[in-house]
Design a protein around this ligand. Structure first.
Ligand code: OGA
Ligand code: MN
Length: 210
């Protein structure tokens, strides 16, 4: 339907790079078109209805466990070639990856992301996205897929920022939040309705031995 060839010097992407350089985070209120947002939301709901989303685990490798007292979202990782809307999103994020590499010399090699569905009342307690034993995650990127979200419905992303303290983002459809994975503690507040997002991480190469 749509080949999303976004140049990596698009002003929107350069804005994000500048924000990250200046303060370690960025919020873009109109990042995805309404059409792509709706398609991604439909794809996420379809996967949820087909039972493809699974309770998210905390931790990494063999230490992974499901702990709803820490996080209650259900997720599915994206793979290329599954759906046009997802591929469009992955292409867009690849342009952002290039922009970040050019502007910040981060050496980002890939982008991993998953759909996340928080049932009403679910939350994700305060955490940092970088694992203690794996520091490949450099930049976190969350895009919201919710139609007509009202602030009183909750579900804010609450960030603890160096430059402005506690800061809440309402998860409005099409909105993107980007931040340095190792430096911004954050949490997801419970909501009164289902909350959909695509959450991902730009990663650099690991320093495993040869
Ligand atoms: C995460 C996370 C934030 C959000 O999945 O690690 O913090 O707003 N998500 O969904
Ligand atoms: Mn997180």
């Amino acid at each position: 339907m749509r080949a999303m060839q976004i140049p990596s010097d698009h002003p929107l992407l350069l804005n994000i790079v500048d924000d990250l350089a200046a303060c370690g985070w960025s919020q873009q209120n109109v990042f995805l078109s309404e059409a792509l947002t709706l398609e991604l939301a439909a794809e996420c709901r379809k996967r949820a209805a087909e039972g493809e989303l699974a309770p998210a685990a905390v931790g990494r490798g063999p230490a992974q466990e499901i702990r709803e007292g820490i996080r209650g979202d259900h997720i599915q990782w994206l793979e290329p070639g599954q759906a046009q809307a997802c591929d469009s999103y992955l292409e867009l994020m690849d342009s952002l990856r290039e922009a970040l590499n050019r502007g910040l010399f981060l050496g980002l090699e890939d982008f991993e992301c998953h759909f996340a569905m928080y049932p009403p009342g679910a939350f994700y307690k305060r955490h940092v996205d970088r694992f203690r034993d794996d520091d490949r995650r450099m930049v976190s990127a969350v895009v919201y897929l919710n139609e007509e979200w009202l602030p009183e419905q909750g579900g804010q992303l609450r960030m603890y920022l160096n430059d402005r303290g506690q800061y809440d983002v309402v998860p409005v459809g099409g909105r993107l939040v980007v931040f340095l994975s190792g430096e911004v503690p954050h949490e997801v507040m419970p909501a009164t309705r289902e909350r959909l997002s695509l959450t991902g991480w730009f990663r650099r190469r690991g320093n495993e031995p040869f």
